[in-house]
Design a protein around this ligand. Structure first.
Ligand code: MN
Length: 229
């Protein structure tokens, strides 16, 4: 057994609601353009095209109640409220009928985006990491166990900034449902326990500034609050 040349970074983890236990995070997958109204506001066709995915790094997870430090190299950081799916099982080529059996629970997350850098990446046909995978870009509230809340397929998804409603949608508007996105993703990657999937954002995305207080809510799942610092 070889020793590490320096101490390894701590295991990224997400709180599990109602317990002192932690969910050890492995990968953070994100689904792009999964609500028709958001696809339209970003200038795309709302038709059902195959889903596409990008990733954030698990060390970018930020807990409920934390300060989100306004990131460098941008003047246009956008909020994207999303339901997060937390996997307690894994596999390849998962059938849709088996997909919910892999789900440990659900949480409320924000897919923070440096929109100016993402727009430049799109324009130049470059990867999206600088726009999506920056430090602290993945706030995620406590995970509610599916064994307690079930598998929500309907329920309001909202984000308030300083008490004003900015984003409104419903889980029943997801273009690709949770079983469909798990099945599709499992044909591209081997899924493992600890994987998180940010399921896409409804319309109403927009910029945040320092001092803003954000409160996200997914009906039947929970809430997430943070302050932009
Ligand atoms: Mn998103």
């Amino acid at each position: 057994m070889s020793a590490f040349v320096f101490p390894p970074a701590p295991q990224p983890a997400v709180a599990v609601r109602g317990t002192s236990e932690l969910f050890p995070a492995r990968r953070v997958y994100c689904v792009g353009r999964n609500y028709a109204a958001h696809a339209v506001e970003m200038g795309h066709d709302p038709d059902r095209e195959p889903p596409f995915f990008f990733m954030k790094t698990p060390d970018a997870l930020l807990p409920d109640g934390a300060d989100f430090p306004y990131p460098p190299a941008t003047a246009d950081v956008h909020h994207e409220i999303e339901m997060v799916v937390a996997l307690g099982g894994g596999g390849r080529d998962v059938a849709e009928a088996d997909a919910l059996g892999l789900v440990f629970g659900y949480a409320v997350g924000i897919d923070f985006t440096r929109r100016d850098l993402q727009a430049e990446a799109k324009r130049l046909a470059r990867p999206w990491e600088v726009g999506k995978a920056f430090d602290h870009a993945a706030p995620c509230g406590a995970i509610a166990r599916a064994s307690e809340i079930g598998h929500p397929a309907k329920g309001a998804v909202t984000l308030d900034v300083n008490g004003e409603r900015r984003q409104t949608g419903d889980l029943d508007q997801l273009i690709w449902t949770v079983p469909e996105m798990i099945a599709y993703l499992s044909r591209l990657f081997e899924l493992r326990p600890g994987d998180l999937i940010f399921s896409g954002t409804p319309s109403g995305v927009g910029p945040v500034v320092r001092g803003d207080r954000l409160e996200g809510r997914v009906e039947g799942v929970g809430t997430l609050t943070l302050r932009v610092a």
